[in-house]
Design a protein around this ligand. Structure first.
Ligand code: MEV
Length: 316
């Protein structure tokens, strides 16, 4: 075909962001309601890395070098290298419905959709491991040091438990709703990951304590999730938020949204993704997402999305 197409979607982390970079597990789920579409064509010269309202175009391949390195471009160039296609110039148009820099995996999702589109254009078979590796190459550029959870979750069809490069599907038996609230503030993953590393390096003893506590919370949350204990799961989310705040990645705006969710009766709430802005995730009883969403917007959220736990059970 003259063009290739590829898709991917956003993700949200339920528990384990940041500590996952330092070896703990983390739980994440895909958000197919926020898709990314990419179209690949044989490359022509033209504008590079232009970006407006979630639409951007980039050139990848040797002759395409010149613009600032971006995760999606690095991912596509890694795929071309693996296919022995270095020197080939390819143009990729990306339509991204995911708000950028809000902890919802936009960089990994754009990279995933772009690599799939280029594979489609050139009729290349793309196995899951190769796709993950290419997206992860892009993420290393975007995040500094990426655990791989974003690359896994934006390519996954259901909730995953991720640890040290390996994702496995995780069962969900809770009956609840999840509300995602956007602070409207972009947060730099690169900056947040670097800040957490500095905090942990500065006090190794307290770092061990934090990672031990994170491991406990994530382990019990995984069991609560698969055995349907929603109130306990919510408590683990509030506790994990406290832990993330201690690592310096919460902000007054995030704190205000977490408090608003708590006051509106949510079982739990915490930042999701890298923090320093981005989004808050709240766990609510079935049927109460509208009132919790309204409370979050009243407390400053610029938009909210709701996902039912039930929809996460069947593969998207
Ligand atoms: C970002 O969505 C999640 C972080 O843990 C970074 C990573 O795992 O690569 C903050």
């Amino acid at each position: 075909p003259a063009v290739g197409v590829g898709r991917s979607h956003a993700k949200a982390i339920l528990l384990g962001e940041h500590t996952v970079v330092h070896g703990t597990a983390a739980i994440a789920f895909p958000l197919p309601a926020l898709p990314v579409r990419a179209i690949a064509r044989p490359g022509r010269s033209g504008p590079r890395e232009v970006c407006a309202d979630g639409h951007f175009r980039f050139l990848a391949g040797e002759a395409g070098e010149g613009g600032p390195p971006s995760g999606p471009r690095v991912a596509v160039e890694e795929a071309l290298r693996r296919w022995g296609m270095t020197g080939v110039l390819v143009e990729v148009d990306v339509e991204c419905d995911i708000p950028l820099a809000r902890g919802l995996g936009s960089s990994a999702a754009c990279a995933g959709a772009a690599v799939r589109a280029v594979a489609d254009l050139y009729g290349r078979a793309l196995d899951a491991a190769t796709l993950y590796d290419c997206v992860q190459c892009g993420e290393q550029v975007a995040h500094g040091r990426a655990s791989g959870i974003d690359a896994s979750a934006v390519l996954a069809h259901g909730p995953i438990l991720f640890q040290r490069g390996t994702a496995r599907p995780i069962g969900i038996a809770v009956d609840a709703e999840l509300v995602i609230a956007d602070t409207g503030v972009p947060g730099s993953t690169h900056e947040a990951v670097a800040g957490v590393r500095r905090t942990l390096d500065a006090d190794p003893r307290s770092a061990r304590r934090v990672l031990r506590r994170a491991t406990e919370l994530i382990g019990s949350a995984a069991t609560d999730l698969s055995e349907g204990r929603v109130a306990e799961l919510g408590t683990a989310m509030f506790d994990f938020q406290d832990l993330l705040a201690g690592l310096g990645v919460s902000t007054p705006r995030i704190d205000a949204l977490v408090t608003a969710a708590r006051d509106a009766g949510a079982f739990g709430a915490k930042l999701t993704g890298a923090g320093l802005g981005g989004c808050v995730l709240a766990l609510t009883a079935t049927g109460t997402a509208p009132s919790v969403s309204a409370a979050l917007r009243a407390a400053g959220a610029v938009r909210t999305w709701t996902v039912t736990a039930r929809s996460l059970r069947s593969p998207a």
